[in-house]
Design a protein around this ligand. Structure first.
Ligand SMILES: C[S@@+](CC[C@H](N)C(=O)[O-])C[C@H]1O[C@@H](n2cnc3c(N)ncnc32)[C@H](O)[C@@H]1O
Length: 358
């Protein structure tokens, strides 16, 4: 157990490594992932059914990262549960505990939490390393929320945890995860980070069911099958400033501004901005597309294939991107692995079977 009262220090976060541009961040808030849950959007019918069906209501709920306690307050009012919590900050009224180190066991209790999130690379970039670096060391994990899940799974049989939506596409073991609910309505008061609610049980061998809000989409294993496994191909060069095809790999805020392939000479993005690390806007070189006609046909076909994947998977095979569009739908990003698969299919290469295309 450790006690702390950290000053609200402002730190410098490196925004652009090449130019050395920095902006000020609240070190304590970011380092402790102190973005509190507000409202009840996380407790939709799917999560409610898990809590009442898998777990007997009217027992105990514990939040090991309790913050302002909003999730626990909802458990009291909705299920009449007894509640308790821990937090590393000593001014919140909870028992002080470092729950990224270990969580006291409370027999039969369900864990209801929204732990801190912080990617290891961000911790380094945001000068948080002195505060949180020791948690990652030796853990084999790359985000604080994964370390938090490890501790929760050690101490509880049943867990409901709000975590980043990137969990869906991460390597974090899912054998105890029974359902994953992608929330499109933002449950936080001060950040629009894409998140999901995960529900965990004691029995291993689970194949989580994925939902978007209340709607059941598919099993996790089906999503993995759809994403497929595509090996690198020398028919495509990504991030080539002289490439003949443009790729806008992220949805815009206007609903019609979707991820798409665009003939290179029609893509309004400066070729000089392309770097090896470009992930949102880029140019690709596909040498076999050696006429304007072929490039244009290819873009049409690739966009059709991508839209078909999006439609049939309700977008879950794409990564979430910060903020929603103007219609309240989650913006999405196409990672280059899946992008390569779409491109190869549009070129007529037979890749591992995925969704049936009409
Ligand atoms: C994202 S907030 C969530 C608060 C609450 N669960 C909610 O949803 O409103 C995370 C909380 O975890 C606390 N925290 C961060 N690191 C911690 C640690 N190592 N042990 C215990 N609590 C920690 C922060 O102080 C913060 O209050």
């Amino acid at each position: 157990m450790s006690k702390e009262r950290l000053p609200r220090d402002l730190g410098e976060m490196l925004v652009k490594a090449d130019s050395g541009l920095t902006k000020q961040v609240d070190i304590t808030k970011v380092g402790r992932g102190a973005f509190n849950t507000k409202g009840a959007s996380w407790l939709n019918s799917v999560v409610r059914e898990f809590i009442t069906g898998e777990y007997h209501p009217r027992k105990n709920a514990v939040d090991p990262f309790a913050g302002q306690g909003d999730m626990l307050i909802l458990c009291e009012s909705e299920f009449g549960m007894e509640t308790s919590g821990f937090d590393i900050q000593d001014d919140l009224g909870w028992e002080v505990n470092d729950s990224l180190e270990s969580i006291p066991r409370s027999v039969g209790a369900i864990c209801i939490t929204n732990p801190p999130y912080l990617a290891k690379y961000s911790a380094k970039r945001k000068s948080m390393w002195p505060m949180v670096g020791h948690y990652y060391e030796g853990s084999g994990r790359s985000d604080l929320y994964e370390i938090a899940l490890d501790r929760c799974l050690e101490s509880f049989d049943h867990i409901v945890a709000i975590i980043p939506e990137t969990f869906l596409h991460s390597k974090y073991p899912k054998e105890r995860c029974q359902r994953i609910v992608i929330l499109e309505e933002n449950p936080f008061e001060d950040t629009t980070f894409p998140v999901c609610v995960t529900c965990w049980v004691p029995e291993i061998g689970q194949d989580p069911t994925i939902y978007v809000a209340d709607k059941k989409i598919m099993q996790f294993s089906k999503m993995i099958e759809i994403k497929g496994d595509v090996t690198r191909s020398n028919r495509i060069v990504f991030n080539d400033p002289d490439g003949n095809v443009g790729l806008k790999a992220v949805d815009g805020t206007r609903p019609d501004d979707r991820i798409r392939f665009i003939p290179g000479d029609e893509f309004d993005y400066p070729r000089s901005s392309i770097k090896e690390s470009s992930r949102l806007m880029t140019y690709l070189d596909i040498p076999e597309l050696d006429s304007r006609m072929k490039i244009s046909k290819f873009c049409g076909r690739a966009n059709e294939i991508l839209e078909s994947y999006r439609d049939r998977s309700e977008d879950i095979i794409l990564s979430g991107f910060k903020g929603n569009n103007k219609e309240g739908r989650r913006r999405r990003r196409l990672d280059y692995r899946l992008g390569r698969k779409v491109i190869l299919e549009a070129l007529g290469v037979s890749v591992q079977t995925t969704l049936d295309l009409e």
